[in-house]
Design a protein around this ligand. Sequence first.
Ligand code: HEM
Length: 227
Amino acid sequence: MGTITKGQAHFLLLKIHSLTGLVPIGVFLIIHLLINSLRTVGVLPYQWSIDVINNLPFLIWIEVFFIYIPLLFHSFMGFYIAWGGEKNLFRYPNPRNWMYTLQRVTGGVAFLFLAYHMGTTVAPKLWYGHHLFEAAPFLIDVMNQEFATWTGRIIYLVGILSVTFHFANGLWGFCVSWGIIVGPKAQRNASIVFMLFGGVLMVLGFATVLEFSLHPVNVEPTFKGTF
Ligand code: HEM
């Protein structure tokens, strides 16, 4: 039993970076886009889904440990890999090179989008103390305002496009680097499947933006008072 070397620690950090992109961040993204797309079904199912989430016990701790810490780790490690001394580590033969460049660019855009998105939703919700059943009317009002202007819509369309591409292409990279997909033919087929999957997620997000833009509806809290 020796101590862990610098190289091993580095390798471990890269593996954790790769894993956090899938679990919990990727899983969160799928659930998040699905839940938000409930808005296309109707405003009530959407409101109830926000009610369920905002009434979960220990919500803040679930968010801190399953969303914020993995997201911060994945983002900063991603910046380090992309712009630090790691440029040669993941060099793929052509034509994967340009996909890797796009992966870096969309990672940066996704980071900026998330800072904006959380700054306009979760941050004011916590700051103004809209908890439990007060959260849904507040957040739905925020989203209605976001999608009332072309600036807001474009920020979201670019954000969703970047995030879904980054996730789909990242899934491919994950499967290759963990030895799940081996061989050029399997890798080529897998990249098509993952891109289609990313496309489905993107459509879910775009449909939500369209619904909010076309039919902004304000809601009252589902339940007023205390239990
Ligand atoms: C149609 C597009 C989207 C809509 C309408 C939307 C809506 C929302 C809302 C209302 C919240 C606040 C939830 C709450 O505090 O209860 C939220 C939080 C959040 N969103 Fe989105 N979102 C969208 C796209 C995305 C995308 C593409 C990502 C990329 C990962 C994302 C990541 C997050 C994160 C990390 C949070 C904070 C999680 C939390 O604290 O619960 N969102 N979003």
